[in-house]
Design a protein. Structure first.
Length: 176
């Protein structure tokens, strides 16, 4: 339990794949519980409605809540990703860039950028026509797959590196 706080808050040290997977799944479950079990019954999630205006308002409200939750879990997301990149003897800048892009995409959704009211009024949410949004989504998807492979599947550096001892060899991966 003593290692949980630094695991989710410190950018120092290294963690292995197993720790990254378990901590990431734990964080995802916590976010799902907050968003769906707590916020939705309080009226902060999308509510099914026959009225297109009410549905648009509910979707807009849920995008803002998702943005706020994403900002709150930002440090744990960054801490896990950066420490996992440290295990590959990398500074983790790609994880920081990924988080920044994801934050901007969430902000754009909350501001309604990339969606039209007519799309929502028809009962569907479709991106506004245009190549830039599609290209950004495709590139972000490719970047997401790259990070998933690097963080979740590739073995870290064997032995001690500049970020600390090897977590698989019993080294202190997370500062106490």
């Amino acid at each position: 339990m003593n290692n949980l706080v630094p695991l989710y808050t410190s950018l120092d040290g290294r963690i292995g794949r197993k720790t990254w997977w378990l901590a990431s799944i734990g964080l995802a479950v916590a976010v799902l519980i907050v968003e769906f079990v707590i916020l939705t019954p309080l009226g902060f999630g999308p509510m099914p409605s026959a009225d297109p205006g009410a549905m648009a308002a509910a979707i807009h409200r849920s995008q803002w809540i998702s943005l706020i939750v994403y900002i709150i879990v930002g440090l744990p997301i960054l801490a896990l990703g950066v420490k996992r990149r440290h295990d590959k003897d990398n500074n983790g800048l790609d994880v920081i860039v990924f988080y920044g892009i994801a934050l901007l995409i969430n902000l754009a959704g909350a501001l309604g950028i990339g969606y039209t009211d007519t799309d929502i009024g028809n009962g569907t949410i479709l991106p506004m026509p245009g190549m830039p949004l599609t290209i950004i989504n495709i590139l972000f998807g490719i970047f997401s797959i790259y990070l998933l492979v690097v963080l979740g599947f590739l073995k870290g550096t064997t032995g001690t590196n500049q970020y600390g001892p090897d977590p698989l060899l019993g080294g202190n991966a997370v500062p106490a």
